[in-house]
Design a binder for this molecule. Structure first.
Ligand SMILES: *[C@@H]1O[C@H](CO)[C@@H](O)[C@H](O)[C@H]1NC(C)=O
Ligand SMILES: *[C@@H]1O[C@H](CO)[C@@H](O)[C@H](O)[C@H]1NC(C)=O
Ligand SMILES: *[C@@H]1O[C@H](CO)[C@@H](O)[C@H](O)[C@H]1NC(C)=O
Ligand SMILES: *[C@@H]1O[C@H](CO)[C@@H](O)[C@H](O)[C@H]1NC(C)=O
Length: 824
């Protein structure tokens, strides 16, 4: 997390710099005078690679291109880290027209552009072939063509490509912008024992002698350079390598069954949703490959998705828990959505990255729910896990709009750093809002017509908006252009302030941008077109997401009158829209009263989670007192559901860290009081009738309660452990062992550790052992003598993180033994 925020501030800095260099920015675009249509590309990793260290590859590329302008005396394209040894220009008849002197090539390192000077101008609308022979580097930084390795019995290498967004130019000289779409044919030279995969299918393999082979692939559909990809490995395939298959080290073959089944189910569902078999997109191959190293969860090259091994490989009893499975399903559902968003229709420029990333994040939620029958309750988890998190990031001066101005995203440096959270989680949140407002049928119709119109083309947001507009309900009235731009071109989001009149018959709404600090340099005057949805005690339309009205930007207030006095009103059911709601005290009191009755069980969990999350954030921003938040949360004493509890724990997390020992004691009592009912129901013991969220709920409660010295929790855990219930389920194991470790059963964990053979499981046990409350023994006998020192960083964190009431003595212990630490 910390790392990402840092990266993200770099981006902001980079954008500011780019603004300063505004006059320079058009230099980064190639211009449209010369257009490529076909690349015939050969990459050979055979020679010179006898060492393990990074080395070179040989490349040859013949680019078919044309111009539609006269007087074109040069061809400009991208390249980076390549050494060209030959550059030839052929005319339409295949005759050599010019052997370009290497020293006459002009390379600009800053824009990563190569200019090829021509002796004669190109003839308009005639095909030429620009040919290069060159060498490049097999990289080690997870970009371009790089390698990772794994060691099972012996050392094995895997060659992988990552060309998005600006690394195709490190593999071959090319027109490396998404709008330059062309077809590609790939020929890959590799040593014996390895094989290459790419798309579309492999058509033949030729033996080049010397134990080397070249694999020839079919011509791709028209696409952008960044979508190309290949992999060279000794992997084994589950499934059919020219249709759908999972590639992994042969030793992992048995562990890819789950991900294979997920892939098949997800593909079938998307085909039905988008009414088009993905093979008709022009590429019949879909391969998933496991990256033995790690660089993020996955990379979505068209036809060859490279996942981290956590996504594809599930070792029974060790990495096949519910959270592992949920992670796998979400990732696969996300990457397959890229076949339509990113491959079939792709962005026109990198400032629209949310068009490529927002939809897959959105569909990963909805498809998982649909395919797995709401087993994982993904939409609800999205609200607390993604939407509420992005609302935090979108309320500070470093917020970015979804659509960044094109001028700000120019140099390859900025493009590459355009990986903040907004395109993903805000993108998906805004798309979810549109779908809720227009209804899923209208939404699906719009998306399908958008995909159809821009089949194998580039788009920008207005292309999408045009299709949404066509199917948008006429009532209630709204200026859609403004509404769309408010949430895509503006930063931030509003809070709606809700007041009620004395007679309880009228509601008055105001709006204001929500910020944690109104003096942090953000524009606090921004206003938004806000869809107003609500339910009151009289109608109980808890699930109605159709807007009553839109709060227009130029209106000061919106008023809603009722014939009879109301008790309470709740806005933004299910947090389906992108804003917070600030209730005036009398309303909040009524809501709390209602939530404290069993009748409120019918209120969606996400609605409750929004109110809890909003309150914590209003307190954090200094708008209300924390006493009010903790007062409201007393209603939780009858709450059983995971989602509102998760919002509550999210909020409490940042508060409890700041409590002094005396306040901590009060907090422990408070926590015990509000959790009595839910913990009685869940208990520390797993049950065969648990739903997925029950499992998550128990894990979360045991983690908190045992940590904050809840006697019942600690006793139950110890009792269960000593009663030998067997290995706890994977989703619960670390939390359970950590809780055990704080009790007198601690010593027995060492037996488990010594008996365990799986190295990840041993690490888990060490982390759990480090939750010990007996810090003196821990330091003197365990940490210093048994735990390997390279694991200290992780394990040492555990002891103070999981024993907040002992932080004082633990740090004294560390100071007293500082010499021992230094010595080791
Ligand atoms: C691509 O180049 C190879 C030789 O390098 C040639 O055999 C092949 O026919 C070319 N493909 C196309 C479609 O021109
Ligand atoms: C995979 O499973 C099969 C059948 O159960 C078994 O024969 C084989 O040894 C397993 N392979 C590995 C690498 O575990
Ligand atoms: C409306 O509610 C806000 C927030 O509690 C409060 O500050 C304000 O005084 C209320 N306005 C009226 C007219 O009651
Ligand atoms: C460790 O393994 C031994 C031998 O297999 C077994 O007798 C013992 O019960 C095991 N201990 C634990 C704590 O599982």
């Amino acid at each position: 997390m910390k790392g990402s925020v840092f990266r993200w501030q770099l981006l902001v800095a980079a954008i500011l710099l780019t603004f300063i260099a505004r006059s320079e920015s058009s230099r980064f675009h190639l211009g449209r005078s010369v257009l490529p249509s076909f690349y015939n590309l050969t990459i050979n990793i055979n020679e010179e690679r006898c060492e393990r260290l990074s080395s070179t590859f040989h490349g040859e590329v013949a680019i078919t291109l044309q111009t539609n302008q006269s007087n074109i005396y040069e061809i400009r394209l991208n390249m980076n880290f390549l050494n060209i040894s030959s550059c030839l220009v052929y005319n339409k008849d295949g005759d050599l027209q010019q052997n370009v002197t290497i020293t006459s090539l002009i390379y600009d390192r800053w824009t990563q552009q190569l200019t090829v000077p021509l002796l004669e101008p190109l003839t308009v609308n005639e095909n030429y072939i620009l040919y290069f022979k060159y060498t490049g580097y097999i990289r080690t930084d997870n970009t371009g063509l790089f390698f990772h390795y794994y060691e099972i019995d012996k050392y094995h290498e895997v060659y992988i490509t990552q060309l998005e967004p600006v690394y195709a130019r490190t593999l071959f000289p090319c027109f490396d912008e998404p709008v330059f779409q062309a077809k590609f044919q790939l020929h890959l030279g590799r040593p014996t024992g390895y094989y290459a995969v790419s798309k579309p299918r492999l058509i033949s393999t030729t033996n080049e002698g010397n134990e080397s082979y070249v694999d020839h692939f079919d011509v791709t559909p028209i696409m952008s350079t960044y979508q190309l990809g290949f992999l060279i490995s000794k992997y084994q395939a589950r499934g059919n390598r020219s249709e759908f298959a999972i590639l992994s080290a042969p030793e992992y073959y048995n562990y890819t069954e789950f991900s294979y089944n997920v892939g098949e189910r997800v593909i079938a569902s998307y085909i039905e949703l988008f009414q088009m078999p993905y093979k008709q997109l022009g590429n019949e191959v879909l391969l998933f490959a496991a990256d033995p190293g790690s660089f993020g969860n996955a990379k979505e090259n068209w036809g060859l998705v490279i996942f981290s091994k956590e996504v594809l490989i599930h070792k029974p009893g060790y990495t096949d828990g519910l959270k592992n499975k949920e992670f796998t399903i979400r990732n696969i559902a996300n990457k397959i959505a890229h076949l339509w968003f990113g491959n079939r229709v792709t962005l026109a420029w990198w400032n629209y990255i949310w068009l490529n990333e927002g939809f897959p994040r959105f569909y990963e939620i909805f498809m998982t729910d649909q395919i797995y029958n709401y087993k994982y309750r993904m939409e609800e988890q999205f609200v607390v896990g993604n939407l509420q998190r992005i609302l935090e990031k979108d309320a500070v001066a470093t917020s970015l709009p979804l659509t960044i101005q094109e001028i700000a995203v120019q140099s390859s440096y900025v493009i590459d750093n355009e990986t903040n959270f907004f395109p993903y989680d805000k993108g998906a949140s805004i798309i979810r809002m549109w779908r809720s407002l227009m209804g899923s049928d209208n939404f699906n119709k719009s998306i399908n017509s958008y995909l159809k119109q821009y089949h194998l083309k580039n788009t920008n947001p207005s292309d999408l908006f045009a299709h949404l507009k066509q199917n948008w309900p006429a009532q209630p009235e709204v200026d859609l252009d403004t509404f769309f731009s408010d949430f895509t071109e503006q930063v931030g989001y509003p809070m709606v302030i809700v007041n009620i009149t004395q007679d309880n018959q009228k509601i008055i709404l105001h709006q204001k941008r929500f910020l944690y600090d109104y003096k942090d340099g953000s524009d606090a005057t921004l206003r938004y077109t806000i869809p107003i949805t609500f339910t009151i005690n009289l109608d109980q339309s808890y699930y109605n997401l159709t807007p009553y009205a839109y709060f227009k930007k130029n209106e000061t207030t919106v008023e809603i009158s009722f014939e009879n006095p109301i008790e309470w009103i709740i806005l933004n059911q299910k947090q389906s829209n992108y804003y917070r709601v600030f209730y005036d005290k009398p309303i909040l009191t009524q809501i709390k009263q209602f939530f404290s009755t069993s009748r409120s069980r019918r209120i969606p969990a996400t609605t409750k989670a929004q109110i809890i999350d909003d309150l914590f954030n209003f307190a954090y921003a200094g708008m209300i007192d924390y006493a009010e938040v903790f007062g409201f949360m007393e209603y939780l004493s009858i709450e059983m559901e995971y989602i509102p509890w998760r919002a509550a724990y999210n909020g409490m997390e940042s508060v409890v860290r700041r409590l002094n020992p005396q306040q901590l004691t009060h907090f422990e009592t408070y926590l015990t009081n509000i959790t009595t009912a839910v913990f009685n129901e869940l208990s520390a013991k797993s049950s065969s009738s648990d739903s997925v969220l029950d499992v998550y709920n128990r894990e979360m409660h045991v983690s908190w309660l045992c940590k904050y010295q809840n006697v019942n929790c600690n006793n139950q855990v110890k009792f269960l452990f000593e009663g030998d219930i067997g290995k706890p389920s994977l989703d619960y194991r670390e939390t359970f062992y950590c809780a055990v470790s704080r009790t007198t059963a601690h010593a027995r964990l060492w037996h488990l550790y010594n008996n365990e053979t799986d190295s990840d499981e041993k690490d888990l046990l060490l982390r759990a052992i480090s939750c010990s409350r007996d810090y003196s023994t821990y330091f003197k006998l365990e940490l210093f003598h048994v735990i390997p020192h390279y694991k200290w960083t992780n394990d040492l964190i555990q002891i103070y993180k999981h024993n907040p009431d002992l932080i004082g003595p633990i740090f004294s212990m560390i100071s007293e033994n500082i010499d021992e630490f230094v010595a080791r």
